[in-house]
Write a protein of this length. Structure first.
Length: 362
């Protein structure tokens, strides 16, 4: 009996030794991988400035229904006004819009649809060419900012910005003034201000990478999840930017998604695969890992809440035709959204083709 117990003890000792050696080996491998990642990684946000990022605010160059402060006064002026700007815009409307404008009332069943149609057709004017002529604006007081931009004779996106500002000056009571920045540094985070639909995107392009960052959704009215965009198309020269840069969107932390490619603009269900249903708290800090390969058109997303805990893979994307070397972007889906991002790092050409946050924590 004593001899049998001794044999068992020796076996237990051997087994424990083997486990210890195995654990030590795993730690050494993990440490080596961490060192390798450190050599091929960089931070994308220093917590102090937005250097290395570029902002696009859709509302800076386009109208939306929410831009119209007084729909009744605005539509009445467009329908019957004799001032130069009302005449200009009325001349751009199709016959159906013109007819509906003449009988507009906020209580009409088609009031919202009509306002949307008016805004859509005005945005074609905003896109260019310039609406400014000395005769057209000789009785309209321009803000100093409008005058300064006018003197630059801008093109492309900045021309859209100028036309939007000219409209605001021509309709100071009816159209809300827009801003051209929607992101700030706040308490060490990159924070959206709720100014309007738009994106902030990296000044550099990326192809094969592992992106890790922390994010929380502070507040929204109307509400929407925070969104990260990959495979984006950068606007070149005077080119007007695509909505959401034509990218592939992952919503955080629930794992919803959208395909913003111009020929798609839908949920992209045929390209996304849900791995795990999410029950995370969108208002709490989440650590996000995205493993992206533009060459293959693939992306995988894991969420760890709280950051540093064991990550859970939520959703994968695959479409070789979608893969594109380009910037990474955060999206402010609509006005009234307040999100915060921090601890943003990127690993270039990761050697480990696997999500690493799913192995961290407990």
């Amino acid at each position: 009996m004593i001899r049998k117990t001794a044999v068992l003890n020796r076996r237990a000792v051997v087994r424990m030794g083997a486990l210890a050696i195995s654990a030590l080996f795993v730690r050494r491998v993990w440490s080596a991988q961490e060192k390798q990642r450190a050599k091929t990684s960089e931070n994308l946000f220093d917590g102090k400035t937005l250097n290395g990022w570029i902002q696009i605010e859709n509302n800076a160059t386009n109208l939306s229904n929410s831009s119209i402060l007084d729909p009744a006064a605005f539509t009445a002026r467009l329908a019957h006004g004799e001032d130069s700007m009302s005449v200009l815009l009325r001349g751009q409307f199709d016959n159906q819009v013109k007819n509906d404008l003449s009988t507009y009332a906020i209580s009409n069943a088609n009031a919202m649809a009509l306002l949307s149609a008016v805004v859509k057709q005005i945005n074609k004017v905003v896109a260019g060419p310039s609406i400014f002529t000395a005769d057209r604006f000789h009785e309209i007081k321009l803000r100093p900012e409008t005058q300064a931009l006018l003197q630059q004779n801008p093109g492309g996106e900045q021309l859209g910005r100028l036309n939007r500002m000219l409209l605001e000056d021509a309709f100071p009571v009816e159209i809300a003034r827009s801003v051209d920045t929607g992101w700030i540094v706040k308490d060490g985070t990159m924070a959206s201000t709720g100014a309007g639909r738009g994106v902030i995107y990296t000044a550099q392009d990326y192809s094969s990478y592992r992106l890790i960052f922390s994010v929380r959704h502070v507040f929204g009215h109307p509400d929407h999840q925070a969104g990260v965009l990959i495979f984006c198309k950068r606007p070149e020269g005077d080119e007007l930017p695509l909505d959401a840069l034509g990218g592939i969107q992952f919503q955080i932390p629930m794992g919803s998604h959208w395909d913003y490619r111009p020929d798609k603009n839908n949920s992209g269900d045929s390209y996304f695969t849900t791995i795990t249903k999410s029950s995370f708290d969108r208002h709490a800090w989440s650590q996000v890992e995205l493993l992206v390969d533009a060459g293959k058109g693939t992306a995988r997303m894991a969420i760890a809440q709280p950051p540093g805990s064991k990550g859970i893979e939520l959703v994968d994307f695959k479409d070789p035709s979608a893969g594109r070397t380009g910037p990474i972007a955060w999206q402010m889906h609509n006005p009234g959204l307040f999100d915060e991002y921090k601890d943003i790092s990127i690993e270039f050409d990761p050697k480990q083709d696997a999500l690493i946050t799913t192995k961290q924590g407990k």
